[in-house]
Design a protein around this ligand. Structure first.
Ligand SMILES: Cc1cc2nc3c(=O)[nH]c(=O)nc-3n(C[C@H](O)[C@H](O)[C@H](O)COP(=O)(O)O)c2cc1C
Length: 207
């Protein structure tokens, strides 16, 4: 076995180890608006559910990396969440994977990634950011807390939110069970590699 001490590695090397070991990661396609109402859309794979009572989720927009034009600066999504306290998590299905990827382009805040990706905004019920119409399932969220794990380029920032509305395509839900085949979610591996969720196994839990 190889053993790495992160304190002796470059941040980029640590990032590669983490994105290679923590797999597959679900992808939150996060919609937000700024205080002027301009919409923003970007994918985040440092994303997970935290608990169901109250329904809580988190995703992590890191501070811009050292090799970017604005090292250590906040991504637009984080700035918008801090300004408005609201966001929507749109589940990424195989059908919209390429569009979600297009929304990850590093573009100035005034550029609306809905237009860039070809995805359609549809009004939310309880928050201002729109949902993605083509996404099979969405969660409207209100911000609970923002936690900075550091302030250096590449530092992770945890955005913790409470889900205030769940939306699912009608054919996907029966008695609150979500059909994984219909959802057809994709996830992220390292680098440019994504993964489908079509090869599933069943394991009966021991009593
Ligand atoms: C599949 C995928 C997953 C990503 N996951 C993350 C992530 O977890 N954290 C992060 O900071 N950036 C992540 N990115 C990069 C952001 O999407 C990218 O920096 C984006 O431009 C941020 O947009 P914003 O400035 O509009 O918020 C990911 C990109 C892709 C394609």
């Amino acid at each position: 076995m190889l053993c790495f001490n992160p304190a002796e590695c470059q941040p980029r090397q640590v990032y590669k180890l983490m994105t290679g070991m923590i797999v597959p990661r679900p992808i939150a396609l996060v919609s937000t608006v700024n205080r002027d109402g301009v919409a923003n859309l970007a994918p985040f794979s440092f994303f997970c559910g935290v608990g169901s009572n109250p329904p809580t989720v988190l995703f992590c927009p890191s501070l811009r990396p050292a090799d970017s034009p604005e090292p250590g600066q906040k991504k637009d999504t984080l700035r918008n969440v801090e300004e408005t306290g609201e966001f929507v998590i749109n589940v990424v299905s195989d059908a919209i994977a390429a569009a979600a990827n297009a929304a990850s382009a590093e573009v100035p805040p005034e550029v609306d990634e809905f237009a860039l990706s070809g995805l359609t905004p549809v009004a939310s019920v309880a928050v201002r950011p729109p949902r993605v119409a083509e996404s099979p399932a969405q969660m409207e969220c209100k911000l609970l807390q923002v936690i900075y794990t550091g302030h250096a380029p590449g530092s992770g920032v945890i955005v913790l939110g409470e889900v205030v509305r769940f939306h699912l395509r009608e054919d996907l839900v029966e008695d609150f069970r979500v059909d994984p085949a219909g959802l057809d979610a994709v996830g992220r591996m390292a680098g440019n590699t994504w993964v489908r969720t079509r090869d599933r196994i069943e394991l009966i839990r021991p009593k």
